[in-house]
Design a protein. Sequence first.
Length: 451
Amino acid sequence: MPTPLRARLADLVFGQRLPAALPAVAQRAIIADRRASEILVCVMQFGAIAFFGTFYALTPKAFPASVPFEPVPWALAAYFVFTALRFWLALRDRLGPVFLSLSILVDITVLMVTIWSFHLQYQQPAAFYLKAPTLLYVFILIAMRTLRLEAAYVVLAGVAAMVGWSTLVIYAVMADGKMEITRSFVEYMMSFKILIGAEVDKLVSIASVTGVLAIGAIRARRLMIRSAVEAHAAAELSRFLAPEVAGEIRRAGQDFRPGDAVTREAAVMMLDLRGFTSHAARLGPRGTMALLAEFHACVVPILQRHGGSIDKYLGDGIMATFGATEPSETYAADAIAALLDLQPAIARWRDDRAAAGAPIVGVGAAVTVGEVLFGVTGEATRLEFTVIGTAVNLAAKIEKHCKPSGHPALASVEALDRAISQGFDGAAAFQTLPGQSVLGADAPIDLVAIG
């Protein structure tokens, strides 16, 4: 069904609409932003108080020494006390809507009363204060309300400012009991006459700025919420990718297309649970998932500690690469070291299962090296990063050879030789198995084995 014109216009002005029920992550982001915004507003107000207090104390006074009172020090003192109270509440996250609304009214009232007092301070007609540039500070007070990204408070500040200034204009017109109004701009500028058009211009400016900032606050709030939701979704989705792949996507800053790939020298490791089908039949779905979780918890940290990247979980198996997702000068050494460290960890896992009376599961592992392609495969709506190449196919075949060879872990001689050239010094742990007839291989392969 087409979107109504009114809805499209609303989206154009205020930004894309949000769902009626916000996710918890968005609600937490809003709460955190509100608290930080109010603290920031208070800090800015303290800065303003310090600036104006210092400026007032250091600059020569333009009013006679015989004035009845000086309103600025009193206004700054009262404002400091109120701001301190608001800061204390903001730090404790106890600023409710009522107090926030009251604080906005206090901000505007303090400013308007200060402006109103100028004609007393300088002993001039009331219309005198209508030309005070101090009115410009009202825009700062309105703008500060946008930090909270809630349009209602921006509008409240703007309406309060318009009401306050309208009140001052009416007071000035009626102060002497006669109409001090002119239609001459020159007379307005050169006397204490009041030009209604000029005051309307000020009100229109306040209303316009309020409207623009309110719309900006709504758009920014919606954008913040969408960003929070999307960031959370991206963080969750990144858990389905290898950290290196997720990092590659974040760094790329571009759209990926099927077929995008790079060629790298890398090591490939295949791991597989022995007899998984029969174990799964006995364990049932939940027991099978628990077995896989134990297996992954046992081997994945070791692979990652040695720089391995999980390319994919193959049901009861794992395909890991070293130097494919990120270039590495020690990819073979890392893979062979990981293969060596996996054996005692797997043995402890098997012992723990035996002690618990659970079925003992064997694990086969194989490592090869060679040139691989790391890139994007799939269709435009469903992409996947993967590693392909002869080394991948050969690793799968060698892993299947573990069972007939009687060894839990195998590697090609080429992989061990390359690991030694990259600084691996544990070659003594391996024994050579020359001329192995690996199922699916074109010719016999020289392998090395652990155990």
